[in-house]
Ligand binder design. Structure first.
Ligand SMILES: *Cc1c(COP(=O)(O)O)cnc(C)c1O
Length: 388
């Protein structure tokens, strides 16, 4: 499959058929697997065979999903999880120890920020944030106990871009593990491993599922790191369910098609909204007016499906706009076939202090719109009527 194109890999990287010769992957709803002999079970538990053992460890459907993501991300190995946060948390917990330090972009997913600030201090794990405008100063943040550089690009929800090549050079020079949350871009638009990332994490809940039905997460990358994450995960149990894995594997078959349409719709809508007098700002990676446009063009195939708009008039104006939307629903999800609007300051990022929100670029007038797969004119009409 390595010689095939993305679309073909996403469709054809399937598990082997059973004796029933099914064309599509069957669903293995079983918590455990059986062994013909005591010796076979002993060998499996001692990592001397790769027989399936128990679905907390892995399952044929979970393996199929992981193998597909590895192929699409150009990764050596991977582990799947019950959600994106399970992937992030398990990856950190497997690789960090008390006394360690990590460096992260300041604009990270709200729950990731909460783990850094609320729970890691209890374990004596510290962090430093870098601002996307000051990546030249990252090296000043590195300490002897620094283990990771962690980032999202494009960031959620500020839609800032970080140059993967530059960060990789810093990481390699300083012997740091380089981790990218590639949720917004998906491997179709951006492959961080090709820029040197050691690990790539996804909330599969978003574009990988793409239809707002199941939760899932996955970490892929260097085999020796993935081994540690897998072993920690199989003991602690943040496992992906076989049904969700089956759904995600099937959803990946249409990832390229869906992303093409998400990107086409989002670019069109961003261009039209850019000149709207009710808006202070429209942010989309592939708008030439975006401050990081050159980085986006360099490392992304297209701009993705998320735009942010900043309404003049702050929270009151943002609230009015959201409440006037008819077709587009207010919801925290993104990457769905249906367009979704979110007010980060009062919801996904409400646990941040006002000061912290300012640092990560979340103002009270900022609205994140996940542009769906509906007709782009219908999406635009709804946004424009609510603005007016
Ligand atoms: C949604 C999201 C997560 C968390 O994923 P869940 O599947 O909701 O646990 C992590 N990172 C980013 C960038 C996200 O958008």
């Amino acid at each position: 499959m390595n010689d095939k194109h993305f679309e073909t890999q996403a469709i054809r990287a399937q598990m082997e058929r059973s004796q029933n010769n099914e064309h599509s992957a069957p669903l293995y709803l079983t918590s455990s697997f059986i062994f013909d002999t005591t010796e076979e079970m002993r060998a499996a538990f001692n990592d001397e065979s790769d027989e399936f053992i128990y679905s907390r460890y892995t399952n044929p459907n979970v393996n199929e999903f992981v193998n597909k993501v590895c192929l699409l991300e150009n990764a050596q190995a991977g582990v799947a999880f019950g959600s994106g946060m399970a992937a992030i948390y398990t990856t950190f917990m497997a690789l960090l120890k008390s006394g360690d330090h990590l460096i992260s972009c300041s604009s990270v997913f709200g729950a990731t920020h909460a783990i850094f600030t609320k729970y890691f201090p209890k374990l004596n794990i510290t962090h430093s944030y870098f601002n996307t405008n000051t990546i030249s100063e990252i090296e000043k943040l590195i300490k002897p106990e620094t283990r990771f550089i962690y980032l999202e690009t494009p960031t959620n929800p500020a839609i800032e871009l970080i140059d993967l090549e530059i960060i990789n050079t810093i990481a390699k020079k300083n012997n740091l593990i380089f981790i990218v949350d590639n949720c917004f871009a998906t491997p179709y638009l951006q492959k961080p491993i090709n820029y040197g990332a050691d690990l790539v994490i996804h909330s599969a809940t978003k574009y990988m599922d793409g239809q707002g039905r199941v939760l899932g997460g996955v970490t892929v990358g260097k085999k020796e790191l993935i081994n540690d994450i897998y072993l920690f995960g199989r003991l602690t149990g943040p496992s992906l369910s076989p049904f969700n894995a089956w759904t995600l594997s099937k959803s990946l078959e249409t990832l390229a098609l869906r992303m093409d349409r998400h990107c086409e719709n989002a670019l069109h809508i961003a261009k039209v909204l850019e000149t709207n007098p009710k808006l202070e700002n429209v942010s989309y990676p592939f708008l030439p007016s975006h401050p990081n446009y050159a980085i986006a063009k360099k490392q992304m195939k297209a701009g993705g499906g998320i735009i942010t708009i900043t309404i003049k008039g702050g929270y009151e104006a943002a609230k009015q706009f959201l409440d006037k939307l008819k077709m587009i629903k207010i919801s925290p999800n993104l990457g769905d076939a249906r367009s979704i609007a979110t007010h980060p300051a009062s919801s996904t990022h409400c646990k941040l202090t006002e000061e912290e929100r300012k640092i990560v670029g979340i103002t009270s007038g900022l609205i994140r719109i996940s542009i769906g797969l509906e007709n782009k004119e219908d999406i635009l009409t709804d946004i424009l009527q609510a603005l007016n």
